[in-house]
Design a protein around this ligand. Sequence first.
Ligand SMILES: Nc1ncnc2c1ncn2[C@@H]1O[C@H](COP(=O)(O)OP(=O)(O)O)[C@@H](O)[C@H]1O
Ligand SMILES: [Mg+2]
Length: 285
Amino acid sequence: MKAPPRLQSLIEEGLIDTVVRQLMSGKEAMVYVVRCGDETRCAKIYKEATQRSFRQAVDYTENRKVKNSRQARAMAKGTKFGRQAQEAAWQSAEVDALYRLAAAGVRVPTPYNFHDGVLLMELVTDEHGDAAPRLNDVLLTREQALAHHAMLIRQVVRMLCAGVVHGDLSEFNILLGHQDGVDGPVIIDLPQAIDAAGNNHAARMLLRDVDNLRHFFGRVAPELLASDYGLEIWDLYQRGALHVDTPLTGRFERRTAPVDMGSVLREIDDARAEDAARRVRMAAG
Ligand SMILES: Nc1ncnc2c1ncn2[C@@H]1O[C@H](COP(=O)(O)OP(=O)(O)O)[C@@H](O)[C@H]1O
Ligand SMILES: [Mg+2]
């Protein structure tokens, strides 16, 4: 196909040879299948900041490191320079998270390059080499739901051990792919990823991510609905006792909660109420 203008400079730089086709366009980005030498990769072009929701920008960029105070002031004021800085921070957050998570052994696409607001990364594929489907597009058996859920909980733990909370984990941002010889979920779409240690919303975001998984897989495997992996994981993390292979039970006993869990639990109750309201709104159309 004819290359879209935003990929032109990557072609000129020799980072891309040809553009094959457009993949599904999401809320924040347009994604293309491209050829680079012998390899098929994927190019994610970020949409303009004005097409994204303001709330996310406020929530997720808290405590995100900015290069200097002029940039920080400009971002706070919302000047043109500030918006550009904010935009750059948003895009590079995904690149940073992908590098960090790939190095930590999390199943994410391998990042290759970030150039002119375009992220070049591994195309996640199925066992035939075709672009992998999203979890939302696949019918699952109960056994598959349980297996994918278990694998994703381990990925969430691995991410947290690397200091990252996804922040928008759902059936729309998980692909069922074949990676490193293993079939299973691959996690994508991380521009809102947050630093677990330095962000006041980290607990709430982690809980919401884990709740999304619980609700989604719970439709096919209802026994998951009673699980409480989120609280269990956050409690272990806070106590410095979370490791990539820490065994989990899926249960969390609120009665034995240490005192400092109080505020986290209140945040979580708020988040659950907010989430329930969101689900009602979504169901209403
Ligand atoms: N690395 C990838 N491999 C295969 N498909 C991808 C990849 N990255 C994104 N996609 C496809 O593009 C869609 C949009 O990408 P995503 O990163 O989720 O952006 P958005 O913020 O627009 O949702 C995804 O739902 C998925 O179908
Ligand atoms: Mg997405």
